[in-house]
Design a protein around this ligand. Sequence first.
Ligand code: GUN
Ligand code: FE
Length: 459
Amino acid sequence: SSAIYQGTFVHCRRLGELEILKNHVICVNEQGYISDVLLGSSAEASRLVQNSDATITKLEDGAFFVPTFCDLHLHAPQFLYQGTGLHLPLMKWLDEYAFKSEEQLDNDSLLAERVYNKLAHRLLESGTGAVSLFGTLNIKTNLILAKVMQHAGLRAFVGKLSMDMSSRPTYKEDSALASLSSVEEFIQQTRDFLSQYPPHLRLVEPIITPRFVPTCSNDLLHSLGDLAQSQSVRVQSHLAEAREEVEWVKSERQLDDIVVFEQSNLLSSQTIQAHCTFLHGTELEKMATYGSSVAHCPLSNCYFSEKPFPLREALSRGVKVGLGTDIAGGYSVDIMNSMRQAVSVSRMREGLRTVEAEIGGVSQHQGHQPLSINWKEALYLATRGGALAMDLPKIGSFEVGQAFDAQSISVYTADGTGVGAIDIFDNPGGITEELVEKWWCMGDGRNRLSVWVQGKRVR
Ligand code: GUN
Ligand code: FE
């Protein structure tokens, strides 16, 4: 049935903008879409609240609604060994941990189901409502993943991995052709499974997932590009992640990996590329021209990439950017950590620019945009920006016509003290920008009351 939500709503409709809608009423229809956003004191709102048989959820002064988070990059099978072996460089880590764990789940459906159920639970606990997932090679294991996500009520793109080359002989597909037909079959089986649900409740979508250039032959990449176009399926991969990977592609294919993707028709407005750490100005412009998105994973960059992603340069060129956790190249499933890390590394970039200008004896160039981003910009990237980067324009902010994908957050109690790790010594009497910032800095799962996806309460 329809529902009414009352209280304070916080969202970022544009980069750097934070809007606090105090005392508002939001009506959500049976399909989970927002039908009205009204001032609580308006006659229309009172009429709706009094005469409706909708279920009413009212938040107290010390709480607010905020859109769910979007995680643009997560390896579901690697959740098995989250927080392990991060002292190794990328290629070695893939060989020693990633491929093994993925193979293990492909050989043990019960284990896969346990890992994926726990992952879904942790995502909702962390306020993530939409996620783009890398899976494994085996169709069956990916169907388990798709079903677990759909049943948990999470919006998820599920990527059956494609790879016909590997450092692990037992973990790859036999040929480009075999790889292509297995992904075609996965897409068909996922669509068959989803057809039992009405369109607005089909939360899961298949996504074409060439792992990265070093594990995919040119034949495979080309056929995946054709498949993506002919069936209009989304695409995700890793691009310009680490020096050793960039150099490998350059020496084996004589091209930069962005050109390899481009030539295979794998850059489009439905493409999400993880990392993009080593892209330069003109390459960022290419991403903007194709409308392809970047999944920025700042923690993973610290381990595998040597340097941070040029976030400000990407944003100012109009590249669509969202945040990712990159489990298990990053160890935290919580997008709040990705937001904080994105700000931290961007501040170091800005600081280093100043320091280097001083060391070089050059006075700092005046009037340029700071390389750092602030917490409001990070909140946008985690919500509305992430949604747009996932090409999910229907979520990420509170507006008529949007799906109600939201979380409720409690920051202080009636006696004016804080909740969880947030300490408050002065009752502010309502949600202020300072309080939202405190939540952004210190908040955790203790502050999260509930989570909704497509109007349905999922936690
Ligand atoms: N590049 C190719 N595969 C992977 C992976 O599993 N994790 C990360 N971080 N990078 C990759
Ligand atoms: Fe990754």
